[in-house]
Design a binder for this molecule. Sequence first.
Ligand SMILES: [Zn+2]
Length: 128
Amino acid sequence: MHRHIWEQYHGKIPTGKVIHHKDGNKKNNEISNLECLTYKEHNSLHSKDRQVWNRGISAKTNKKWRDTIKKAHKSRAIHFIPIFEETYNLKQEGVKVSEIAKIKGISREQVYTRIKRYKEIIGQEKTE
Ligand SMILES: [Zn+2]
């Protein structure tokens, strides 16, 4: 949907680009909220989310999220989170599974597995 909106204004999305929601709200498809990025740019932008994982527990973090982080540290899943998370974010931004598989050099099945694992880790819900 948001990819379609972006294309209405700017023309076809170049291959290898992601349409990112600047405010993180995937439902806000205002053209001003959409940004066309390379996969690399997109990933480094989302690394802010990752700092939450690494920093772990801040005062702002709610209890459920704190427990999730603690559990991830304990099971050492924390090391895989950046890998799973990047795949998850690309899917969230509407990139096709076959395209993600190609970018990451993995099979489509592995893409689904990474997304599944990430959802398990975050318990679907990620709020700060
Ligand atoms: Zn994004």
